[in-house]
Design a binder for this molecule. Structure first.
Ligand code: PH2
Ligand code: MG
Ligand code: MG
Length: 162
């Protein structure tokens, strides 16, 4: 299978065994998705809904042969396989796997918006992303990830040392 698309994925977990949840997510991605780079794992304060446990976050660069919507549905299925149960928007979850970028694709369909519509305001995504893709440019905002991080609040974000 030709892995023709370059994607960036964001992993998040704030319930259960958080490091094990991230590792299980990475392990279950193959063979449809081939991981090429992994950021460090960061411990990050909850964004959007404060009254919940702190998160672990990590960002991956990967390749896939899946098209965007099949990729989205595949990842949603994997979240369930990994034990995710329904919660509310921005609420606690054992594992979240989000698509940040799919090649240079810009789409605003009802099911899938790319690049991820909130990545530029989330330091918990940008800090790990900059580690593995410092020169990546946002195709809509036409800014580098470093420029985007400059406008974000990075307080409380720390490398996770286990
Ligand atoms: N995910 C959310 C909402 N808030 N906050 C942090 N720190 N990390 C996350 O992964 C996260 C969040 C919705 O997906
Ligand atoms: Mg998310
Ligand atoms: Mg999600």
């Amino acid at each position: 299978m030709i892995m023709e698309h370059i994607i960036y994925l964001a992993l998040g977990s704030n319930m259960g065994n958080r490091p094990a949840n991230l590792k299980a997510a990475i392990d279950i991605l193959t063979p449809q998705i081939a991981v090429k780079k992994k950021s460090a794992v960061y411990e990050t304060p909850p964004w959007g809904f404060a009254d919940q446990p702190v998160f672990l976050n990590q960002v991956l660069k990967a390749e896939t042969y899946l098209q965007p919507e099949p990729l989205l549905h595949h990842l949603k299925r994997l979240e369930v396989v990994l034990g995710r149960v329904p919660s509310f928007d921005n609420g606690p979850r054992s594992i979240d796997i989000d698509i940040l970028f799919f090649d240079d694709l810009i789409t605003d369909s009802p099911v899938l918006k790319l690049p991820h519509p909130r990545l530029h305001e989330r330091a918990f995504v940008l800090v790990p992303l900059i580690e593995i893709a410092p020169d990546l440019r946002h195709p809509v905002l036409n800014k580098s990830m470093n420029d985007l991080l400059g406008a974000c609040d990075t307080s409380g974000i720390e490398k996770y040392r286990g």
